[in-house]
Design a protein around this ligand. Structure first.
Ligand code: GDP
Length: 666
């Protein structure tokens, strides 16, 4: 990858690995500069499926040890035990500023975990994880299979360091090369082959690397060779699927969609299905693989899905001919259930439910605050379990208590109804937009006024800003608008290249459309780049400028100041906050602090605030829809779109009724 670092980085304090002598600020922008001494990882751990840590090494002293904040503890609790739907080994799991990647050694009952800073784009992590597993399993096969005795694995430390050093060095070499990688070396190519093979027989993992008429080494064999060359481990003799090499081995068992994160499930993803291009857009591209050709991309390993550009949920055109995103799926209301007795005895759903607690209450009496308190405590807990932020849950419970105190409830079903009747309008009120969500109308008005409409996308790292910006771009292109994407994340390595890939993909699915990238590389002032982009757009007849900004934690003052400056200098038509549907209390914290920073650092009398929200990763939360409520409650602003996946059509309009139904469901 061409990292394009031509200027000094912004001065921002980031995590400093324990033995990294480089200045902290240079880490994200020069991650591969000094491989002999730089350690990008925070911790590496081998633990048993029973939770016993066999071996662990910390490269950073700053990883929280408090159980609730420790990334490995969190992985075990949230992902492995609670089976968090959104997490899978392929994507990893995010805990605060950490990224956690793990793999299972199913045959030996071990879990291998690597923790590093989310902000770092470590291209070698998957290979390292696999090599880590293979090395550990091959070195300690006998010890691992003798769980009754206590063994020392201390000697592994030096071996792991050798392995890590080698992969970092290799990666540093790769990043120095100016020439783009060959397409054959890219993930996109391998995915393409896998996709093409699907539909025939089940693709074997090695098929992704097979060339015509040759019998190349499998990834596992290549890794074994690499370990051997480093004087580590031993060749497995091509015995796949043993000693933790199962990741590349075709596996039986539950599919990934059934969540591959439980302790016993397979960590391996299914081969990607051949993309189906719908809606008449570029229907032949997938067949030829043309749009998947990232060979001229310096960012071929950027963290975007390369296969499924277009999903099944294309929007539709209204009478006015305008294209709009589809509305999100409606969830069934259970309004009718609560009057009948069967509803009272219905089995609660897996997550419990807001109303399951009340099933025990049958007495007819005038309700006092004391009667309601424990019930409200349960209601609060159930809301929080659905990701409603605690402040918001408190507010709602207080309002229900207020309304119900002193009322007489005849029977349980009436109580349920009373609570729902009280809660529902409050939920609706919070969720119903008070300002227009009709961005198209505003854009067309700007077009008529001969000026580009500008939208800035803000949010913390990794929430899906670039992906959802690109989905919105798709939606705009469907409406024949000319779009300029301004690459104003001048901080995160690879951010510009990632957008470039999106722009190329979007151009491929909309032949003839105008979509361009405006970038000035890294390290420069994002406010100035946005300004130049807007003038460029005005001069060249673009209708919309989508401004991508660097992800930033809400407490990072230098970056928040930079954001406030970008907003003040450019006064975008809309400031859209992209937030993950996965968050609970964090939603309120992020939004409050983003708004506060815009206010505090703008230096103007009437500072701008967040105008609306894109709620990303909604496809990963089941019925835990509380973030939608928390975000609209905190800002008083609408959810413009809901991100429901990783294709350009996975962008939906929010359905208030659906969210309310999910929140009120038993
Ligand atoms: P950014 O750092 O905020 O720009 O985040 P990215 O756009 O790079 O997205 C981070 C990850 O989230 C990528 O792997 C995306 O594919 C993924 N992602 C973004 N939006 C969604 C979504 O709506 N659903 C799911 N499942 N994944 C998403």
């Amino acid at each position: 990858m061409n990292w394009g670092f031509d200027d000094e980085p912004l001065s921002v304090a980031v995590h400093e690995p324990a033995n990294a002598p480089l200045a902290p600020a240079s880490i994200p922008r020069h991650p591969r500069r000094s491989c002999d001494c730089l350690r990008m990882l925070d911790t590496v751990t081998v633990l048993t499926k029973g939770g016993l840590v066999l071996w662990s090494k910390a490269y950073s002293p700053s990883v929280p040890t408090v159980q609730s904040r420790n990334p490995v503890d969190s992985l075990v609790r949230r992902v492995l035990i609670e089976d968090l739907a959104s997490a899978n080994p392929e994507q990893g799991y995010s805990k605060d500023s950490y990224q956690v990647k793990w793999t299972f050694g199913n045959e030996v009952g071990l879990i291998f975990v690597i923790v590093y800073q989310k902000i770092l784009q470590l291209a070698y992590i998957d290979e390292l994880l696999e090599a880590f597993k293979r090395l550990f399993c091959s070195l300690f096969d006998a010890k691992i299979r003798d769980p009754d005795a206590l063994h020392s694995y201390a000697e592994f430390e030096q071996k792991f360091d050798t392995l890590l050093g080698a992969l970092e060095a290799e990666d540093a070499q790769k990043s120095k090369r100016k020439a783009p990688r060959k397409f054959e070396d890219t993930k996109g190519y391998q995915n393409t082959l896998a996709a093409q093979a699907s539909g025939e027989k089940a693709a074997t993992p090695d098929a992704t690397t097979a060339g015509a008429g040759t019998a190349p080494l499998s990834e596992a064999d290549k890794l074994d060779e690499k370990l051997q060359a480093l004087g580590l481990g031993k060749r497995s003799g091509g015995k796949k699927g043993t000693s933790g090499g199962g990741r590349k081995t075709p596996q039986k068992g539950p599919s990934r969609s059934g969540s591959s994160t439980s302790l016993d499930s397979s960590p391996r993803s299914e081969p990607k299905a051949q993309r189906s291009w719908v809606g008449g857009v570029a229907s032949t591209v997938a067949a030829t693989g043309g749009a998947l050709d990232y060979s001229d991309s310096a960012a071929s390993d950027a963290a975007i899905p390369s296969q499924e550009l277009i999903g099944a949920h294309l929007g539709s055109r209204g009478h006015d001919g305008l294209y709009d995103a589809a509305e999100m799926d409606a969830r069934e209301s259970d309004d009718d259930e609560d009057d009948d007795a069967s509803a009272v005895t219905a089995t609660p759903q897996k997550s419990g439910g807001i109303f399951s607690f009340f099933q025990n209450l049958t007495a007819a009496k005038t309700l006092t605050r004391e009667d309601l308190d424990p019930m409200m405590a349960k209601l609060r807990e159930d809301m929080i379990n659905k990701n409603v932020a605690s402040d918001v849950a408190d507010h709602l419970c207080a309002s229900v208590t207020e309304s119900l105190t002193g009322t007489k409830i005849g029977k349980f079903s009436s109580l349920m109804k009373a609570i729902k009747q009280n809660l529902e309008p409050s939920l609706r009120k919070i969720l119903t937009p008070k300002t227009s969500t009709d961005l198209l109308r505003d854009i067309l008005a700007a077009q008529a006024a001969n000026r580009p409409y500008t939208i800035a996308f803000v949010g913390v790292n990794g929430v899906g800003k670039s992906t959802n910006l690109s989905k919105i771009c798709f939606w705009l292109l469907q409406n024949d608008l000319k779009v300029l994407i301004a690459a104003c994340d001048t901080f995160r390595s690879g951010a510009v290249e990632q957008l470039r890939v999106h722009v190329r993909n979007l151009g491929a699915v909309h032949p003839g459309a105008t979509v361009e990238l405006f970038d000035r590389g890294y390290g420069k002032d994002p406010a100035g780049i946005a300004k130049d982009a807007v003038s460029h757009a005005a001069k060249n007849g673009f209708d919309v400028v989508l401004i991508d900004t660097a992800g930033r934690m809400q407490d990072n003052e230098p970056l928040m100041r930079a954001l406030a400056k970008l907003v003040t200098v450019n006064n975008p038509d809309k400031i859209i906050f992209v937030g993950e549907a996965l968050v609970g209390n964090e939603a309120v914290d992020q939004l409050t602090k983003f708004n506060q920073a815009l206010k505090d650092f703008s230096g103007v009398r009437n500072p701008r605030q967040i105008d609306g929200i894109v709620l990303s990763k909604f496809d990963t939360i089941d019925d835990k829809v509380g973030a939608a409520l928390s975000m609209t409650y905190t800002t008083g602003q609408p959810i413009f779109f809901v991100g429901t996946g990783q294709t350009y059509t996975d962008l939906r309009r929010m359905n208030v009724r659906s969210i309310v139904n999910s929140l009120l469901a038993k």
